[in-house]
Design a protein around this ligand. Structure first.
Ligand SMILES: [Ca+2]
Length: 469
């Protein structure tokens, strides 16, 4: 009940100016899965062909310093709630630890209560039962699938509003078809479309024609397929954008493209372009957590532009609500901050923050395991602690990456180690300055300790729900 009071309360505080102005903007949040910072031409990738994303990158506001969690579900929980995922009961990509507390207030619930049509078409990964599924968490319509990944991307086993369906076609095309149908049906009222692609996540199944172009480039088979899947993401992103244009809705739509974590270990790092970053999905190094992020809303702010200030997944919900002129839900702490001031003016006054990223592949948060602490100046990394036995593929690929990048025999197993980087000058995390600045290391470790204590003070377990504060 408290949750619904929180949602109802804000309805009385809809910002008056936006009610008096043009209709409320639509919002389309397009989220790729496992697409890394270096996977786009605008970040130096010479192989990937993504004309729609490339043109959007040229026309949008780019956040060049945008960060997410090292893996799927935690990022998704943060994007939906504006909160660190540990507060929401989500810390992993398997089992109960992907199931978000149903008392969390999602951005979809807030928008729905304010009169938006809300639809999710793609990967939810925050709980599948009646209480936790997208339709119970603010979405009028959903086309999704259970858990982290489908077994087959052609003729996939999907859930349409909770009912099992198995349509003909390729997953990415099917999700986009449904999103486009939803946009057409709701063209005369404000809508929120969340399109979390399941690409380019494994299994690496893609139409051969999309991967064929890469045959002559000497790339490994897995990288060819990954790059072919990016073409599918690109084609479908272009389809969504074209429909917005055709219906005359692009002007007043906030369109966001981003990703949920860095490049995955299903592709060998040997020929995956990484834009000079270090690490992989699952690690708290930059290539695990820094992802592409572009936003465009022609009626609301000028673009193109480039923002270098630090922003993150926790900022998505507050930003969407700010753009829509809707107050944040009361009664809970949001960790994120609206980036609308930066969208309107990249040089706007913007106090730096200290942000935290952690994944240790456990079923509940474990203090001190595999985390990073990030400001615009410094980054503290403690990379050790994920369950390396369960995550052998990440461990092995990381060791391979270190050899490729000339860093010798480094591992994410063993005793904790604390590395400090001047992240503004050294985004590649090549020069560990921890020995030169023990005071900064100590301060950031203490900040992490306080953060961890706060965000885990109450841990939601779906087997034994606890009272919400
Ligand atoms: Ca992912």
């Amino acid at each position: 009940m408290k949750k619904y009071l929180a949602i109802l309360c804000f309805c009385f505080f809809l910002s008056p100016p936006s009610l008096a102005m043009s209709p409320r903007p639509n919002v389309v949040l397009f989220l790729a899965d496992d697409l890394g910072y270096g996977d786009l031409a605008c970040h130096g990738n010479r192989y990937v062909k993504a004309p729609h994303l490339d043109s959007f990158a040229r026309e949008a506001v780019e956040f060049r310093n945008f960060h997410v969690s090292p893996v799927c579900s935690p990022t998704r929980a943060s994007m939906m709630t504006g909160r660190y995922s540990f507060r929401t009961g989500v810390c992993d990509v398997y089992g109960q630890a992907t199931v978000m507390d149903p008392l969390e207030v999602t951005v979809a619930e807030v928008l729905k209560a304010a009169g938006y049509a809300t639809g999710l078409f793609g990967k939810w990964h925050l709980g599948d039962d009646d209480q936790h599924c997208p339709n119970a968490q603010g979405f009028n319509e959903s086309l999704t699938f259970r858990g982290a990944a489908m077994r087959q991307y052609f003729q996939p086993e999907l859930l349409h509003n909770g009912v099992a369906v198995q349509p003909d076609g390729y997953c990415m095309d099917l999700f986009t078809d449904a999103a486009i149908r939803f946009i057409r049906e709701n063209r005369s009222r404000p809508f929120f479309v969340y399109l979390p692609a399941n690409l380019i996540h494994a299994p690496l199944q893609v139409a051969p024609a999309l991967a064929a172009d890469f045959d002559a480039l000497g790339l490994t088979d897995s990288t060819q397929k990954i790059y072919g899947m990016i073409r599918s993401v690109d084609d479908n992103f272009g389809r969504v954008r074209n429909v917005l244009k055709e219906l005359g809705l692009e002007e007043n739509t906030l369109l966001i493209f981003t990703s949920d974590n860095g490049p995955c270990s299903s592709s060998k790092p040997v020929d995956r372009h990484m834009a000079g970053l270090h690490g992989l999905k699952g690690t708290p190094y930059e290539n695990g957590i820094r992802v592409p992020c572009f936003m465009r809303w022609p009626a609301g702010f000028r673009s193109p532009a480039s923002v270098t200030r630090l922003a993150a997944h926790i900022d998505i919900m507050p930003t969407i609500l700010d753009v829509c002129g809707i107050s944040k839900p009361g009664g809970r702490k949001l960790d994120g901050r609206s980036v609308l001031p930066l969208l309107r003016s990249p040089s706007a006054r913007w106090p730096d923050r200290t942000l935290f990223f952690q994944w240790d592949s456990g079923q509940q948060p474990r203090r001190g395991h595999a985390f990073s602490v990030l400001t615009e100046t410094w980054k503290l990394v403690q990379p050790v602690g994920m369950d390396a036995a369960n995550q052998k593929h990440i461990r092995d690929r990381y060791a391979e990456l270190c050899r490729l990048q000339g860093r010798g025999e480094r591992s994410i197993e063993g005793s904790p180690r604390y590395e400090l980087y001047d992240i503004a000058a050294d985004p590649g995390e090549a020069k560990d300055l921890s020995g030169a600045h023990p005071d900064i290391v100590l301060k950031m470790k203490q900040q992490y300790e306080r953060w961890f204590t706060e965000v885990t003070a109450r841990w939601y377990s779906p087997r034994k729900a606890v009272a919400h504060p």
